[in-house]
Design a protein around this ligand. Structure first.
Ligand SMILES: Cc1ncc(COP(=O)(O)O)c(C=O)c1O
Length: 460
C-alpha cells in the first residue's frame, strides 16, 4: 500500500491534527465519544443497502420505521422522517411539493441558498423581506408582526419560509404568525437547520413545531453529534395527510435512492443520546459558556453584542463583536488551532454543542486574552481584470458588471446565504459593497465555480 496518493484522506488527516478545538459543525466535534465507538469499529460492515433485514427508507416497516417512530415521539411531531442529503433536500422538497409555478412565496432575505434554488426550480414569485443588518454584520431575524402585515397586504402568498434560529442563533417569536398562517391556509416552513437541540433546555427558544409551524427541518449534523448530511424533516399536526404525502413523494424524487445507513444510524443514535443525557449536557454547556463570557468581559476589543427585545438567543451559539476586523481575530485563533464556524465584518460565530468541554472554552478564553489587537486591515482585494463590458459576453469581471443581469446567485459563504439572486441587476453600489466584504475577509462566491471575478450574466 506504499506510495498511494490520496489527497483527500491525507488532507483531512493533516487538518484533523491541526484543528484541535472546533467551534464549527459537525456537532460531534471530531471527538471519539462512546457514542461512535460502535459505528467506527464497524464502519464498513454497517454500511448496508436495502436487503431483507435492513428495511427500506421509502417503504419502512422494520428497523427504520421503529427508529422514525421514536424520532417522531421525540420531536413531538405528527411524523418525522430521515434525510440523508441534509436540510437542503428537506427545504427543496417542501417548497417544490407545496407550491405551483408562479405562486407567491414570502421569505426573509437571509434564507439559505436551498430556498432560492427551490424558488428558481419551481418558477415562484418571491416576496423578499429585508433583514436588519447591524454595521458589525450581525443579521437580525424579522419580527413576526412585520411578516403578518405583509401577509395581510398580499393575500396571494401561499408559503412563508425563514431560518430560525438564524446563523447567529437568533430567533423571533412565531406563535402569532403560525396561528395566522394556519387560519389563512398559508404553509409555514421553518428552516430549523440550526435548531435540532432546542427541545432540550428550557432556556432555549421554543422550537418551530411547538410554536405551531407546519413543517420544520433540522440539520442533526450542525448542533447534535451526528455525521455530516444527517437531517430530519418534521410535519406538524396542522399539516394535512395529503400535504405530507406530497412532500414525502418529492423527497423520494430528490434524495438519493441509496440513503446511507451510516447516516441514518447516526441520526438514530444522536436522538437516543440526546434523550438520555442532552438536558444535562446542555446545562453543563450553559455554565461553561457563562464562565467563558464572564472571563472575557474586560477585554476592550471584544464584546457580547446587544440585541433588541424581540430577539431570543440560543445560548449555545457564541457571538462576539470585535472592534477590529473579525478576520484578524479568526486568523489569530487559527494560528492557535481554534477554528470558528464563520465571521461577518466584526462578528465571530462559534458553534458549541454537548460535545464541547469546560477545557475547550477555557482554552478559547486563554487564547483570546493573549491577543494583541492590531487594526491592520486585510489584504484581500478584488483584482481589477481587463475585460471590456461587452453586453454580448456571458462572463464578466465584477468591476465591469454594473448594469448586467445575474444568471446565477452571489452567495456569502459560510453560511451560504444569498446576497444577490439570479435575475438581479448589479449596480456600482453593489460592486462597492462586495469589495468591502471581500476586503474584510468575508468569502463571497458565485454558484458552482465560485469565481466572483467571472460572473455569469445574461446576454441582453
Ligand atoms: C440556515 C441553513 N439552512 C439550511 C442549510 C442546509 O443544511 P444542510 O447542510 O443540512 O443541507 C444550512 C447549511 O449551512 C443553513 O445554514
Amino acid at each position: 500500500m506504499k506510495n498511494i496518493k490520496s489527497p483527500v484522506l491525507q488532507g483531512l488527516l493533516s487538518m484533523s491534527k491541526k484543528d484541535k478545538v472546533r467551534f464549527h459543525m459537525p456537532g460531534h466535534k471530531g471527538k471519539f465519544s462512546e457514542l461512535y465507538k460502535t459505528i467506527y469499529k464497524n464502519l464498513l460492515s454497517l454500511d448496508f443497502t436495502e436487503i431483507n433485514g435492513t428495511d427500506d427508507l421509502y417503504n419502512s416497516k422494520e428497523i427504520l420505521k421503529e427508529g422514525m417512530d421514536l424520532l417522531t415521539k421525540e420531536r413531538m411531531s405528527k411524523y418525522s422522517f430521515y434525510l440523508t442529503n441534509g436540510t437542503t433536500v428537506g427545504i427543496l422538497a417542501s417548497i417544490m411539493a407545496l407550491t405551483n409555478n408562479k405562486d407567491s412565496i414570502l421569505i426573509s432575505k437571509d434564507c439559505h441558498k436551498s430556498v432560492y434554488s427551490a424558488i428558481e426550480l419551481n418558477k415562484l414569485n418571491p416576496i423578499i423581506l429585508e433583514n436588519i443588518i447591524y454595521d458589525s454584520g450581525l443579521v437580525l431575524p424579522i419580527d413576526e408582526d412585520i411578516i403578518i402585515n405583509e401577509l395581510k397586504r398580499n393575500k396571494n402568498i401561499k408559503m412563508v419560509v425563514f431560518s430560525r434560529p438564524n446563523y447567529y442563533g437568533l430567533c423571533s417569536n412565531i406563535e402569532k404568525l403560525a396561528k395566522y398562517c394556519s387560519e389563512n391556509e398559508i404553509i409555514l416552513l421553518v428552516d430549523e437547520a440550526h435548531g435540532s437541540h432546542l427541545n432540550y433546555h428550557s432556556d432555549l427558544p421554543v422550537n418551530a413545531l411547538k410554536s405551531g409551524a407546519h413543517i420544520s427541518v433540522n440539520s442533526f449534523h450542525k448542533t447534535l453529534p451526528a455525521l455530516t448530511q444527517s437531517s430530519v424533516i418534521n410535519f406538524n399536526y396542522n399539516l394535512s395527510e395529503l400535504n405530507i404525502k406530497k412532500v414525502l413523494n418529492m423527497i423520494e424524487k430528490l434524495q438519493s435512492s441509496s440513503p446511507s445507513y451510516l447516516l441514518m444510524a447516526s441520526i438514530d443514535i444522536s436522538r437516543a443520546y440526546m434523550e438520555s443525557c442532552g438536558k444535562e449536557k446542555l446545562n453543563n454547556l450553559k455554565n461553561y459558556i457563562k464562565d467563558f463570557e464572564k472571563s472575557i468581559e474586560n477585554l476592550p476589543w471584544i464584546k457580547i453584542p446587544n440585541l433588541p427585545d424581540y430577539v431570543n438567543k440560543d445560548f449555545t451559539r457564541i457571538i462576539l463583536e470585535t472592534k477590529i476586523p473579525a478576520s484578524n481575530v479568526q486568523n489569530y485563533l487559527e494560528e492557535n488551532n481554534i477554528y470558528l464556524e464563520m465571521i461577518s465584518k466584526n462578528i465571530l460565530v462559534l458553534i458549541t454543542t454537548t460535545e464541547d468541554t469546560k477545557e475547550d472554552l477555557e482554552y478559547l478564553s486563554k487564547i483570546l486574552k493573549k491577543f494583541k489587537p492590531d487594526t491592520t486591515t486585510n489584504n484581500n482585494t478584488v483584482k481589477d481584470t481587463e475585460d471590456k463590458n461587452n453586453s454580448q459576453q456571458h462572463f464578466v469581471a465584477l468591476n465591469k458588471s454594473a448594469g448586467r443581469k445575474l444568471n446565477e446567485n452571489i452567495i456569502i459563504y459560510p453560511p451560504g446565504s444569498v446576497y444577490l439572486k439570479k435575475g438581479d441587476i448589479i449596480s456600482e453600489e453593489i460592486i462597492k459593497y462586495i469589495k468591502e466584504l471581500i476586503s474584510s475577509g468575508i468569502k463571497v462566491y458565485t454558484d458552482f465555480n465560485k469565481d466572483i471575478n467571472n460572473l455569469y450574466v445574461s446576454i441582453d
